[in-house]
Structures are given as structure tokens and as C-alpha cells.
Design a protein around this ligand. Structure first.
Ligand code: ATP
Ligand code: MG
Ligand code: MG
Length: 548
């Protein structure tokens, strides 16, 4: 089985299939088109699609578009794109707004059965009269309107006779119910707003608790999976299905939402980051949105493997973000070519190498995957190394370059540092080294050993490149400090460096992925890269102390 054994929902479905309670498993992913999907949604997507898939059932993509003010077609298209990118194809594309007419008819049915009434109380009054956990609510003075009056008022609500907030339709259930959701919940509200699909044909809109169960039933959804905060709404879900006399009887199951360490996931906060210009947009590689993670370089395979591993739980918890990083490393380990990039360049002149000569050296593309073959990389008298790989006065156990010390250049020769060139301010601007032709990589040289191996890029053909390194936008520690959200932003969440990559990467295409020797996994930014001048996003560094 592809799915984690901790998946209690799968066990329920398996039992329903075994007993014949359910003939075909039907699930749905029901996003509200009011923003972009994030990694939390990915969990719900994987769960719904893989569950149906496992039992050869089907999954609908249904937009929960019952709140016209916040919703837009832009989000509909982005969500469809993200679901497809994750690797899933829905059976049918549906919109809750497809069912507005039927929902209206079902509401009329409730009125005729004496199970719903038009109420003139304001939203505030309704809230005040709803009671508390320990105190029952008070009945609305409009609760006992006649069926005829209710039908007439509801029709006039629909016809646009009343202003926003003047009237609502409420279920008539029980103001003393221990479950506050059952205390005559609102089913319809008035909103004179343009809807992205139905335009101006409606000015009353169903509430989530009414629209969701009906949409599920209309589509023949068998297992309606949602997050834990809806557990208390389940009796209302069942009430709507039963009292509206729906033929199909979908069942709701709740699972814990995904939370990740050092990651904000609430749409409201993500929106603030975009609107305040903290990030470049919804697809900023620091964002936990699917678009952001995609642009950063996360693969759909890695996200799906992560979602499977975390499984579904019945209680809320926080998953370590290093678990997610583990899965992208695993996915790219054998797929990504391993090349060399210098992020903070320091020029090295090899004084005993003939001037004007360039030789080609062979380098394997992936030491763990021979099938990826080899490439040729140039070597000459001038190369770049990493500033960090040289220290003038090193501590003990420093095995990289320092005056008089010898290191191995990956895929090339041993070089020895002979001289340090500084500018007027005393900064090291160049190293003068010698190389030993006998030590060529692959030649079988065993004459002596060096302790350090460093990476490099040949200077004359090096391709200038930009590197973007990331840290969390907000750490959990900062978020818990009590300061306002926008004051908690990590000032180091983005570092932009200018360096070089091997000539073979000159034509790297957007979303090509590489492992840069010693630096980690990088993705070619599809937005910022230009012809001959790639921009690389660091997806993740090479190592982590974490092993799930
Ligand atoms: P947010 O609070 O981030 O805006 P939402 O729940 O309002 O999220 P919807 O578009 O309504 O967003 O969500 C679509 C589906 O995704 C729902 O079934 C919801 O339960 C699920 N979902 C949203 N966030 C998470 C999460 N963090 N973990 C798991 N599932 C989630
Ligand atoms: Mg929602
Ligand atoms: Mg929401």
C-alpha cells in the first residue's frame, strides 16, 4: 500500500467497501477560490485523491464558491493548475454555485416542513442570543412565523427586496442544544455582490454548513473528509442531509490539519506578507504555497511522499519542517546532476600552469548514479574558489587552503597556496597557487594525501549566476514572542549572492535542478533567470540531522 498504515480514514473506507455499505468510493477536494493553495492543502489533496484511487473510486475538484466577495476566477485557475502539478486529475470539475437552484429548493422544503424560518435579527443579536457552552440560547421572536410567511419572505429575499443583513434564513433545530452549531444556525444570508460565476443572478448565498453537505450529496460523495475544526459541525451536516431528504448520504470524517515548524500557513497571514511587500508575491520561494514551493524547486513527488509519510491523525500536531526537506533530498539525490558553483568567489591564479592553455577534465554527473554519465569541464591558469575555503590564519583542524597548505580541487589537481594578494584595505582579493600535474584526478596518483577537497569554477568560461538562499520568513520563536506579526519577520529570510557556475549550465532552463557540490540542491528560478544568466534558488542544503 502507498499509504501510511496510520491512516484511520482508509480503514473506515476499506470497511465500507467490504461490507458493501459503499459501492464506489467518491471523494472531493473542496477549496474556496479565495487564495492560493499551500502545503496544508496538499495534504488534503493527496488524502482525497489517493484514497479514491486506492479503491478505484473517483475524486471531484469542487470549488466552494459561496462567498462572492472574496472569490475570484484567478484563484480558480491557479488552484486547478496546482492540483494538476501535484499529479492529480479530477473526475469532474464542479462548483457549489452549480447547485444554487437546487439548494434554494431544498431550503424551501425545510420551510414547508417547519424546519427553517426567516429571521430579522441582526448578526450581532443572533450571536448574543446564541448562548454559551453552559447557558442555552434564547429563541428568536421570529421563530414561529407561519410556513406561508416564511416562503413569501424567503422568495422576497431572493428577489432582492431586502438589504444585506436585514434578514437571514435559519434552521429551526434546538436553541438549548449542547452543541452550539445546532442552535438555529443561519442557512442563507443576503449579499448584494457580484459572483465570479453566477454574476448578479443571486443576492442570497448559502452558508458553508448548508452548502457543503448538499454539494456532497448531489455529487454522490461517499466520504467527505475535512479538518478537525469541523468535528462539532458534523451533527449539523447530518441534519441537513436528512432533513433536506437527500437521496445520497455522504459521511463526514475529520483529520488533523497539517502544521509545520517555522511556517505560517494561514491564508490571512500569507496575504499580509504579499500585500505588505514582505515577499515578491504568492509564488515567492519562501512562501509555503504550492506555487512558492514549486518555484523554490520542490517536486510534486517529494510533496506527495511527504504527505504519505505524515499520514493522517486524529489530533493536531506540528510536523518538523526538516521532514519535508528530507523528502526533497531523497527525491533529487539520484536525479539531479552534481555540478560546481562558487557562491562567494575568490580568484586563484595557478602560476605554474601555462598561460593561454585550457584543458578539459572529465567529471561524473552523479557519483551515486552512474547512468547520468560524465561531462567535460574546463581547467586553466585562473579559477574561482569559495572565499570560505581560504583562511589566512586558520584554526587547527582547518583543512582547506591557507598559506603553504595543499588541497584537492574536485575533479582536477592538488594546488598549494604560495602567496596572498590583498587590496589597500587589507582584504584578500586573489591567491597565487601552484599545481602538481602528477595529481590529476583519475590518474591513480597515490604519492601523498591531502585532507581537504574544495570546489571551483574555471574563470574564463565561468557563467555569472545569482544565488538565492533562504531562511524561514518567521521562526516559531519569533512568532511566539507576542510582537505584531509583521514585526516578527526574519530580516535574513533572503540572501542574494553573485557568483559563478560551470559553462555547461549557461543554458539551464527554468526549474532545472542541480546539486551544487557542498552547497545543496538548487532550482533554476523560472521567473528571474535570463538567457545566459541563470538565477538559482536553494531548495535545501545537503545535510540535516533529522532522520524520520
Ligand atoms: P486556510 O485557513 O489556510 O484559509 P481553508 O481551510 O480555509 O484554509 P479551503 O480552501 O477552505 O481553505 O480548504 C480546502 C480544503 O483543504 C479543506 O478541506 C480544508 O480542510 C483543507 N485544508 C486547509 N488547510 C489545511 C491544512 N493545514 N492541513 C490539512 N488540510 C487543510
Ligand atoms: Mg475553508
Ligand atoms: Mg479559508
Amino acid at each position: 500500500s502507498k499509504m501510511s498504515s496510520s491512516n484511520f480514514i482508509k480503514q473506515i473506507v476499506a470497511e465500507d467497501v467490504r461490507t458493501g455499505a459503499v459501492r464506489e468510493v467518491v471523494t472531493r477536494f473542496p477549496p474556496e477560490p479565495n487564495g492560493y493553495l499551500h502545503i496544508g492543502h496538499a495534504k488534503s489533496i493527496c488524502l482525497n485523491f489517493e484514497l479514491a484511487d486506492e479503491f478505484r473510486g473517483r475524486t471531484n475538484l469542487r470549488f466552494d464558491d459561496t462567498n462572492p466577495v472574496k472569490e475570484d476566477t484567478e484563484f480558480v485557475e491557479a488552484i486547478k493548475d496546482d492540483v494538476r502539478w501535484l499529479g492529480f486529475e479530477w473526475d469532474e470539475l464542479r462548483f457549489a454555485s452549480d447547485y444554487f437552484e437546487e439548494m434554494y429548493a431544498r431550503a424551501q422544503l425545510l420551510i414547508r416542513k417547519g424546519k427553517a424560518y426567516v429571521c430579522d435579527l441582526t448578526a450581532d443579536q443572533i450571536r448574543e442570543m446564541r448562548g454559551t457552552l453552559t447557558e442555552p440560547g434564547q429563541e428568536s421572536p421570529y421563530r414561529n412565523r407561519s410556513v406561508e410567511e416564511n416562503l413569501d419572505l424567503f422568495a422576497r429575499m431572493r428577489a432582492g427586496e431586502f438589504k444585506d443583513g436585514e434578514k437571514v434564513l435559519r434552521a429551526k433545530i434546538d436553541m438549548a442544544s449542547p452543541n452550539i452549531n445546532m442552535r438555529d444556525p443561519v442557512l442563507y444570508r443576503i449579499a448584494h455582490a457580484h459572483h465570479h460565476r453566477t454574476g448578479d443572478s443571486w443576492c442570497i448565498y448559502p452558508m458553508y454548513d448548508f452548502a457543503h453537505p448538499l454539494s456532497d450529496a448531489i455529487e454522490g460523495v461517499t466520504h467527505s473528509i475535512c479538518t478537525l475544526e469541523f468535528e462539532d459541525h458534523r451533527p449539523l451536516y447530518d441534519w441537513v442531509i436528512a432533513e433536506c431528504e437527500m437521496e445520497a448520504t455522504p459521511r463526514q470524517y475529520e483529520f488533523a490539519r497539517l502544521n509545520l515548524t517555522n511556517t505560517v500557513m494561514s491564508k490571512r497571514l500569507l496575504k499580509a506578507l504579499v500585500e505588505e511587500g514582505v515577499v515578491e508575491g504568492w509564488d515567492d520561494p519562501r512562501m509555503p504555497t504550492i506555487r512558492g514551493m514549486r518555484r523554490r524547486g520542490y517536486t510534486a513527488e517529494a510533496l506527495r511522499a511527504f504527505c504519505r509519510e505524515i499520514g493522517v491523525a486524529k489530533s493536531n500536531s506540528v510536523v518538523d519542517e526538516r521532514m519535508l526537506e528530507h523528502f526533497i533530498r531523497e527525491d533529487l539525490k539520484l536525479k539531479a546532476p552534481r555540478t560546481m558553483a562558487v557562491l562567494r568567489p575568490l580568484k586563484v591564479v595557478i602560476t605554474n600552469y601555462p598561460e593561454g592553455q585550457v584543458e578539459m577534465l572529465e567529471a561524473e554527473n552523479n557519483a551515486e548514479n552512474e547512468e547520468m554519465g560524465v561531462r567535460q569541464i574546463p581547467f586553466s591558469r585562473e579559477i574561482y574558489i569559495e572565499q570560505d575555503d581560504f583562511m589566512e590564519n586558520p584554526p587547527s583542524k582547518y583543512f582547506r587552503l591557507f598559506p603553504g597548505n595543499e588541497v584537492r580541487l574536485k575533479h582536477a589537481y592538488f594546488i598549494k597556496c604560495e602567496e596572498v594578494v590583498k587590496d589597500e584595505a587589507g582584504n584578500v582579493v586573489e591567491l597565487r597557487c601552484t599545481y602538481d600535474p602528477e595529481t590529476k584526478s583519475g590518474s591513480g596518483f597515490t604519492g601523498r594525501k591531502v585532507k581537504g577537497t574544495i570546489h571551483w569554477v574555471e574563470a574564463s568560461q565561468a557563467v555569472p549566476a545569482e544565488f538565492r538562499l533562504f531562511e524561514p520568513l518567521i521562526t516559531d520563536e519569533a512568532a511566539e514572542s507576542g510582537k505584531p506579526f509583521l514585526e516578527c519577520i526574519n530580516p535574513n529570510s533572503l540572501a542574494v549572492l553573485q557568483g559563478y557556475v560551470e559553462p555547461g549550465m549557461r543554458d539551464a532552463q527554468g526549474n532545472d535542478k542541480f546539486q551544487f557540490f557542498r552547497h545543496g540542491y538548487f532550482n533554476v528560478d523560472p521567473v528571474l533567470s535570463q538567457e545566459g544568466r541563470p538565477v538559482f534558488n536553494r531548495i535545501v542544503s545537503l545535510k540535516s540531522s533529522f532522520d524520520p
